[in-house]
Design a protein around this ligand. Structure first.
Ligand SMILES: Nc1ncnc2c1ncn2[C@@H]1O[C@H](COP(=O)(O)OP(=O)(O)OP(=O)(O)O)[C@@H](O)[C@H]1O
Ligand SMILES: [Mg+2]
Length: 770
């Protein structure tokens, strides 16, 4: 079972796998180390990842992007409507309160929720990993932004389940980077921590995290974000600039045309990247719209001027992260940059100026998150043994619980998990109740979570609560932020105060008082039984997940059938072309019976015509049947051709074996002297028979036409060779008789060695992570 980490990026995702020798990034089907985060739909099948990218422009109305931005969101979400919509090319709709897309799949208008679309993308991630590692993939760690809320995290978990992945941890992406950094550093201090600031500017989002390292441990001190700052904002800025320019220069309104916008967006991204390494860059787009070609250029200075406001936004999260960590710039020992957009020189300069020190890039900026996630997966997986490294991660948003007041208790809410609470973590809440009650969980500072996301987290109903001896029962409720950063109420139970007798310990030096009691009565809390908890969260119902999993599997099978059908069709087409040209004057011409030739060529021609006519849309089995039909005649022709080549080789090898065995069996060498003559003669006889056999067969074959059924096959010749070799070898290798040994005087018996203590075999593999 492979152990993988997935960096779920908004533009592209990266998969890494843990192996004994360390962590490797996996290449996809076109040998890229990252896969576009895109899902697209066609008349026959889905296109996932790279194949979706190739038709992003031609099929933009059925291509879903920005998955990371919209997973776990709702249709009414302000950010979805006001921001994300600008980057999406498919219509959004609401399906039972969930955000969904409406598109054309298999010729029909279809809606899929974003959770489903994300599951489809994960199916692709799974397939890439399975293909590369040649092993089933189930356990994985998925990296997500630390700013994902409960509902977003649960949506990712639901999608993973639909895709058949077992998520060992949803890991905050910046923590994955920190893990990859820390576990490979052999020079971490024992006492005074090393403070490192990780800066990740990706396609859509910007994260700063300050992490302190000591030997064997990382502790996340603080984290700050700009959730709307990344490469796409620079692209958008350039699109606005050039769209305005083209309006005056060419009189075209790019923004009015969906396809033209995608082309311009792609052109601007390219220009931006070129500007990272060059002083100026061209922008040329052929046939952007209305059959017009456009061209322009930009100097880096102009880009920086335009991007000034954007670039200045890089500072606020740096400042905030430092403040929250309670550190000054001087206390930061290193600044590590990751994410594609940190390649923009002006951005780098601004970060560098903020810290007043050089930036380090000891990590691979595109792969650090995936590598860290794979390492975390290896740590959590029983099949690996990884150097001990403790990870102290923190939550981002405080969570409070509320409940109905009781006559005795006015308090109705409590912040159970503060911001920066460790993950995972469990808290026990105590209530005095005589009847079942509900706890409502929500984010305590709604303004700190992404605008548009409902701060409600879940409702947990504690059932079967009854008074005990006429008084309110003491109910303990275990609330947990689990390893995924998701809030759960794990259990609830009643405790009762009981009076117990306890032995009184004798105190040293105490004067003896014979009347003093030897025991005393103490009050103790005792667990009296579990209470059922019914959770209502944003996770999908189990039955719905199962239903969606079924649907996903059906779509996987359907996509596979399309691919298999295409392969069967190609195989038939290739057979027709290849065989026809070879039979018709090519290498097979002498191996087909002249009486069959004309009909066979006609059959091939008919099959070709059929393929381009009614056979264009046939099923896999029809293509396979057609091919098998042609192979009835073609197969033996090809077989006879191949035999004509294989036969002489097999005959030569048989003759070589005969000659060698004959010479060994008639040799006067000392090493064969002990073998009885009769046995040597049997070898000679066997070889002579084989010699006669092959000569006769070859003579008969030489008199036959090439298109006739051969008198002998290469397989028969090889069998004859095997026969004589298996017959002769044991005789020729017979060991010489041993010289007679004089018996030695009897030795005293040595005791049997005692069984050594059982050695424990540890099947887990040590991983080399340096
Ligand atoms: N040489 C470069 N110069 C400028 N920008 C670049 C360069 N190379 C890549 N980028 C930008 O980096 C971004 C992609 O970075 P990355 O792969 O880190 O994003 P992501 O992980 O997909 O997104 P996110 O982290 O927001 O989910 C794109 O906007 C891309 O244009
Ligand atoms: Mg990223």
């Amino acid at each position: 079972m492979s152990v993988v980490g997935i960096d779920f990026g908004n533009l592209q995702s990266v998969i890494a796998v843990a192996r004994n020798r360390g962590i490797d990034v996996i290449c996809n089907e076109v040998s890229n180390r990252f896969t576009p985060t895109l899902v697209s739909f066609g008349p026959k099948q889905r296109y996932l990842g790279e194949t979706a990218k190739t038709q992003e422009i031609s099929n933009f109305k059925n291509t879903v992007s920005s998955l990371k931005r919209i997973v776990g969101r709702t249709f009414a979400d302000k950010e979805v409507q006001e921001i994300e919509k600008q980057y999406l090319t498919v219509p959004l709709v609401d399906v039972n309160g969930q955000l969904a897309v409406k598109l054309n799949y298999k010729g029909e208008e279809t809606t899929f929720t974003i959770t489903q679309i994300f599951a489809m993308y994960l199916t692709k991630m799974k397939e890439i990993a399975t293909h590369e590692t040649n092993m089933p993939v189930s356990d994985c760690v998925i990296a997500i932004p630390a700013w994902f809320t409960d509902v977003q995290r649960r949506a990712v978990l639901d999608a993973s389940e639909i895709a058949g992945l077992n998520v060992l941890r949803l890991m905050n992406d910046s923590t994955a980077v920190a893990l990859g950094y820390g576990i490979t550093k052999t020079d971490l201090p024992e006492d005074k921590p090393r403070n490192v600031c990780f800066v990740d500017v990706g396609h859509s989002s910007y994260t700063v995290s300050i992490v302190s390292f000591v030997k064997g441990q990382l502790t996340v001190k603080s984290r700050a974000f700009d959730r709307h700052f990344g490469g796409r904002d620079f692209d958008r800025m350039l699109v606005d600039h050039f769209a305005a320019q083209f309006k005056t220069k060419y009189g075209i309104d790019v923004k009015s045309n969906g396809k033209a916008m995608i082309r311009l967006m792609a052109g601007c991204e390219k220009l931006k990247k070129v500007l990272s390494a060059n002083a100026e860059a061209p922008l040329n787009i052929e046939s952007i719209m209305e059959d017009r070609d456009v061209s322009s250029m930009m100097k880096r200075a102009e880009f920086e001027e335009l991007a000034q406001e954007l670039i200045s936004r890089v500072e606020a999260p740096l400042q905030k992260a430092l403040e929250d960590a309670g550190l000054t710039v001087d206390e930061i020992d290193a600044v590590e940059i990751v994410g594609g957009s940190t390649r923009i020189p002006a951005l780098k300069e601004r970060i560098q100026a903020f810290f007043g020190k050089d930036l380090s890039s000891t990590l691979n900026q595109d792969e650090a998150i995936a590598r860290g996630s794979a390492l975390q997966c290896a740590i959590l997986s029983p099949s690996f043994k990884v150097r001990d490294f403790s990870i102290q991660d923190i939550t981002n948003y405080p969570i409070k619980m509320t409940w109905q007041p009781t006559p005795e208790e006015e308090e109705t809410e409590l912040v159970v998990f503060n911001k920066n609470n460790t993950i995972p973590s469990t808290k026990i809440l105590t209530f005095y109740r005589s009847e079942p009650f509900d706890l409502e969980a929500q984010y305590a500072e709604p303004e700190s979570i992404p605008a548009g996301i409902n701060p409600w987290v879940g409702r947990f109903s504690i059932k079967k609560v009854e008074p005990i001896n006429g008084e309110a029962a003491c109910v303990k409720v275990k609330a947990r932020i689990n390893i995924h950063g998701v809030l759960t109420v794990e259990s609830a139970y009643v405790v009762e105060e009981v009076v117990k007798e306890e032995l009184v310990e004798e105190k040293e030096g105490a004067t003896e008082d014979l009347d003093a009691p030897l025991t005393r009565k103490v009050k103790k809390l005792v667990k009296k039984g579990d209470l059922p908890v019914v959770s209502a969260t944003s996770s999908l119902d189990r039955s719905l997940i199962n239903e969606l999993r079924e649907k996903e599997m059906e779509m996987i099978a359907s996509d596979k059938l399309v691919v298999d059908t295409e392969m069967a069709k190609n195989a038939l087409e290739e057979y027709i072309y290849d065989t026809r040209s070879k039979v018709n004057g090519g290498i097979y011409k002498d191996y087909i019976n002249p009486a069959d030739k004309e009909k066979f060529i006609n059959d091939l021609n008919d099959a070709e015509n059929w393929l381009y006519d009614e056979g264009d849309e046939a099923t896999k089995s029809v293509y396979a049947a057609k091919l098998a039909e042609l192979q009835v005649v073609g197969g033996p022709v090809i077989q006879r051709y191949r035999e004509s080549d294989a036969r002489p080789t097999a005959a030569r090898e048989l003759r070589e074996a005969i000659n060698q065995l004959m010479s060994q069996a008639t040799s006067s060498e000392e090493k064969y002297a002990h073998i009885p003559e009769a046995e040597k003669n049997s070898i000679v006889e066997k070889c002579s028979k084989a010699q006669t056999w092959i000569e006769n067969k070859e003579e008969r074959q030489s008199m036959m036409k090439k298109y006739e059924v051969p008198a002998i096959t290469s397989a028969e010749i090889r069998k004859m060779r095997d026969d004589i070799v298996y017959f002769a070898t044991p005789i020729l290798n017979k060991p010489k008789p041993k010289p007679v040994v004089v018996e030695a005087p009897e030795q005293p018996a040595t005791p049997e060695p005692k069984a050594s203590p059982e050695t424990k075999h540890d099947d887990s593999k040590d991983m080399d992570i340096d």
